[in-house]
Design a binder for this molecule. Structure first.
Ligand code: BMA
Length: 806
């Protein structure tokens, strides 16, 4: 027999160390102390204004979670308390008796409680010591290690960004962050099921590794079924492990999105003796990483089903500082937003989490590939006990847990720790002490090869493939491009010729309505409250400096907000178009970052309230399967037609040089065929791309639906006519259609209806209209919106807007 009882009711939380009068506050499980105190009205919203500052004490406190539950002996041989996630330094007591301890948020625990349970009422108390106290004690004992922040996150196995990041607040949580319950069982139970699938393109072997825990010595029978193939395994008395192989002939293949469908097959594993069933949906695909050397360095190409995948990715951070708030619906919404932006891969970044089963299943269903970092980021990590043991146990658990997911295509050892060791002045302060290399180069690859050799492992990112070669060497491995944003203009992306970019990005503010919700007072770019929501070193200055010559110096909040958002979209577009135009030499571009964990000025495309910034629309354009971009090559301009689809792209490519008032000045047409999954660089006669008057002309390329506009001058120098257009607003079901007909050029038209209704959405933005052209933008809103307001400053914006209208 086997029965599971969730223990999510009746919890309270009490502060026990500081003498604060916080006692028996109703608590949510799963959850965390911040959200419990917030729900009880004991703290202000940590995401609002600078409330974060006044809440630092929470991370230094000891918190006791307590509940009572009723129990009556069901005759089972064993009873365990199952904790899927404890955050972090926990002591678990049942009826006053200690039944277990933990110090790792990234592991699950099972504590036997049969001998302590009573008939009737039982009291379960979990005390969380301060994560700081634990981490600082480790720092003291192990010796300090360099990192970017003074916070001790590398001395504890807990979500690192909880201690603050350059886009996140310092809100050090405690609590029961994943489900908890009581499992009673007899005879045996399935302790782990680890399906390893090898697929040769035709047939698949599903090797189901089963580990049982026994309560007795009887022989056990395990059966497994997938795709109408079944098998049986007998575990003789005393034996707790076995492998059952199912050979599946000709299954339908699982593909990344954009390459085919995502057929999933239920795999069920049953412990016949108890009826316990384990079930996951699996997919059949092969994955490999081609790092073979070539004349330049070495390739870095991901192959799925032997087909090279052009990675169009974004980095994923925890979607909330309080991750227990992440519902399956919210995960689905975020992943749908990624797919709708033509993203085919998410890299789950190492300062965050191994995400929930919901996350990876949602990725499996959508064909969104996942690169998963082991959880190490931007710091030197000690390799001392108990941390080494924790890392090993955590890695073994997580590698095994994630084996069923076809979306997971690679494990990465860490984020930027090789770079830190090479470039950030760590070596002298380390004085020969460990910094994590043993994890990335030995422990983790050993775990992956032992438990899941079906997936590639790469020791970190950036990493060149060889400890002797600089980790950010562009000719091999992955690179992170951060000179742009930190130091130089975004046009410097063009200086890079990388094999695979795992991080690059540019900041912009959250949407207006998100900032409006987060900040109480007037919105001003230099208001202390707004600057509190800018966590990057020198972030505000970099944001302004980044406007460079591209866009005017903003004088009001509204202009600052619009121009910096637009500049973010343009900067990342510039990078993506350049990196894509280098394909297949460069086989991937992963933008930093898809999402945010709170309302903030950051690199994200989707802000902390889930709203899409202009960057999101830019990603959708730049990651489109068929993209035209005008690129400089050897002193000339070429049109790069990039075709990331399975069909050749044929048609007439037209390139025109026009005056900014719309007069055609030169034109060239050519029939082109861009091979499937291929690029074509079309050289242009210099008469087409050489302007007579750079400030007053632009270049327009068109091929089918795709279009590229390139200015010859920066916007600050361009002789734009002030935008003139006619706008109409038509009510439609669920909102309005706003149709804008241009009389002059209208450069990068954008609509921000969230200024009128925080929940309003638009289906597109950043379209450039030439004189006579029109576009219809669908505004989603349940409210009555004023048509005049919807089509005027500051809701409707374009680069050459008539300034006098303000
Ligand atoms: C990268 C990331 C993060 C950081 C981002 C922006 O290096 O790995 O650590 O948030 O840059 O600075």
């Amino acid at each position: 027999m086997s029965a599971y009882h969730p223990l999510h009711e009746g919890w309270t939380v009490t502060a026990t160390s500081s003498g604060r009068d916080i006692s028996a506050v109703p608590a949510s499980v799963p959850g965390c102390v911040h959200t419990d105190l917030l729900a009880a009205g004991l703290i202000d919203d940590p995401y609002r204004d600078d409330n974060e500052r006044r809440l630092a004490w929470i991370g230094h406190e000891t918190w006791r979670y307590e509940t009572t539950f009723d129990w009556s002996d069901d005759g089972s041989q064993r009873v365990d308390l199952c904790c899927e996630g404890l955050d972090t330094v926990a002591t678990v007591r049942l009826n006053g008796v200690e039944v277990g301890t933990s110090a790792n948020m990234h592991r699950s625990y099972r504590f036997p409680i049969g001998s302590v349970l009573r008939e009737g009422d039982n009291t379960l108390a979990i005390t969380f010591d301060s994560a700081y106290a634990y981490a600082e004690a480790n720092r003291e004992r192990m010796g300090d290690r360099p990192g970017p922040y003074p916070q001790p996150y590398q001395f504890i196995r807990k979500m690192a960004c909880n201690f603050g990041w350059d886009w996140g607040p310092t809100l050090v949580t405690a609590g029961i962050w994943r489900p908890i319950g009581v499992h009673s069982w007899s005879t045996a139970r399935l302790a782990q099921v680890r399906p390893i699938i090898t697929f040769d393109g035709a047939d698949a072997d599903v090797r189901v590794h089963v580990t049982v825990q026994r309560a007795g010595e009887a022989p056990l029978t395990v059966t497994a079924t997938v795709a109408d193939v079944s098998g049986e395994l007998t575990l003789p008395p005393g034996v707790t492990e076995g492998v059952l192989t199912l050979r599946v002939t000709r299954p339908a293949r699982w593909w990344p999105r954009g390459y085919g469908d995502q057929p999933l097959y239920p795999l069920t594993v049953t412990l016949a003796d108890t009826g316990e069933v384990w079930r996951r949906d699996v997919g059949f695909r092969s994955v490999a990483l081609d790092t073979s050397p070539d004349e330049d360095g070495a390739r870095f190409t991901l192959l799925v089903n032997d087909v090279p995948v052009l990675v169009k990715g974004t980095n994923w951070i925890p979607d909330d500082c309080f991750p227990a708030r992440l519902t399956p619906d919210r995960i689905a919404e975020r992943l749908d937003q990624a797919c709708a932006a033509n993203i085919n891969l998410l890299r789950v970044w190492g300062g965050g989490l191994y995400e929930s089963r919901d996350f990876y299943e949602a990725a499996d269903r959508r064909g969104l590939l996942v690169l998963q970092d082991f959880l190490f980021a931007c710091a030197a990590y000690p390799e001392d006990e108990p941390l080494t043991g924790e890392v090993r146990a955590e890695a073994r658990e997580q590698v095994a847990r994630l084996t069923p997911h076809p979306s997971l295509v690679m494990w990465l050892g860490n984020n930027e720790n090789f770079l830190g060791h090479a470039d950030w002045g760590w070596q002298q302060p380390l004085g020969g002490r460990t910094w994590g290399a043993g994890y990335y180069l030995d422990l983790l690859p050993t775990v992956v090869s032992e438990l899941d050799a079906s997936r590639p492992y790469w020791p970190g990112t950036p990493y060149s493939g060889d400890p002797a070669i600089h980790p950010n060497d562009p000719t091999r491995g992955t690179v992170h491009v951060w000179d742009v944003w930190n130091e130089i203009d975004y046009t410097a992306y063009a200086r890079w010729r990388p094999r695979f970019v795992a991080e690059f990005g540019f900041q912009g503010p959250a949407t207006f309505s998100t900032l409006r919700r987060a900040i109480t007072g007037p919105l001003a770019p230099d208001s202390p409250a707004l600057l509190h929501h800018q966590k990057a070193v020198d972030g505000d200055a970099k944001l302004r400096r980044g406007l460079g010559e591209h866009l005017p110096v903003p004088e009001s909040f509204d202009d600052w907000h619009y121009l910096t958002q637009l500049n973010q979209a343009r900067a990342v577009t510039f990078g993506i178009e350049h990196f894509r135009s280098l394909a297949p030499y460069c086989s991937g571009a992963i933008v930093w970052q898809l999402n945010d964990c709170w309302p903030v000025i950051s690199w994200a495309a989707i802000d902390g309230d889930g709203r899409r910034k202009p960057l999101w629309y830019a990603l959708r354009r730049a990651f489109a399967d068929r993209l035209l971009t005008i690129q400089p090559r050897d002193g000339a301009l070429v049109v790069s037609a990039l075709n990331d689809s399975a069909e050749p792209w044929q048609g007439q490519l037209t390139v025109s040089r026009l005056s900014l008032t719309g007069t055609p000045l030169a034109k060239e047409s050519v029939d082109v065929t861009v091979p499937a999954r291929g690029n074509l660089a079309v050289e242009l006669p210099h008469t087409v791309y050489t302007p007579a008057h750079a400030a007053g002309e632009l270049l327009l390329a068109q091929l089918g639906e795709a279009r590229a506009v390139r200015m010859f001058a920066e916007d600050t120098d361009a002789d734009y006519p002030p935008a003139e257009f006619h706008a109409t607003v038509t009510p439609v079901t669920g909102g309005y259609d706003v149709t804008v007909t241009a009389h002059t050029i209208v450069r990068e038209l954008a609509l921000f209806p969230d200024r009128l209704d925080p929940d309003a959405t638009v289906d597109d933005m950043l379209t450039t209209l030439l004189p006579g052209e029109s576009v219809t933008i669908r505004v989603g809103s349940d409210r009555r919106l004023d048509a005049a307001a919807l089509t005027a400053y500051p809701v409707l914006r374009c680069v050459n807007e008539e300034r006098a209208r303000r």
